[in-house]
Design a protein around this ligand. Structure first.
Ligand SMILES: [Cu+2]
Length: 132
């Protein structure tokens, strides 16, 4: 093997390894930007469920833990549609949310198998939280 072949081999290997690193790095980056459906967290022994209200509610379906004090944190951000008029019938909750901000709705511990539903005032948008 002469020196020229050696140099070319090294360059070829460098390109392959470099390309591989770029590709795998790109892969993990795209994984990070994949939206996570996990909108439930536990803070100070309290379960916090985050729901975004704007042109409807998202996520539409949440699975949460039963038998645990819970807060539903409703986030508005330039919400001028009727999803700002929130009702949660089983809690007898009804509120007109401010167009931007967050509103915490206290939810007493729910039995396993309970599904809590939130609705806009006209009932055309909804979300549900299933307690397991
Ligand atoms: Cu509505």
């Amino acid at each position: 093997m002469n020196i020229k072949t050696l140099v070319i081999s090294v360059v070829v290997i460098a390109v392959f390894v470099g390309g591989f690193i770029v590709l795998t790095k790109g892969g993990s980056d795209s994984e990070k930007t994949t939206p996570s459906a996990n909108n439930v967290s536990i803070i100070d022994k309290k379960q916090v469920i985050t729901i975004n209200a704007k042109g409807g509610y998202s996520p539409r379906m949440t699975t949460a833990k039963a038998d645990m004090p819970t807060v539903i944190k409703v986030m508005t951000n330039g919400t001028f549609d009727c999803s700002a008029a929130l009702t949660i019938p089983s809690l007898k909750y009804r509120a007109n949310l401010s167009p931007s901000g967050e509103t915490s709705v206290e939810v007493p511990p729910q039995k396993s198998g309970t599904t809590l539903q939130g609705l806009c005032a006209m009932g055309m948008y909804n979300f549900s939280v299933k307690f397991n």
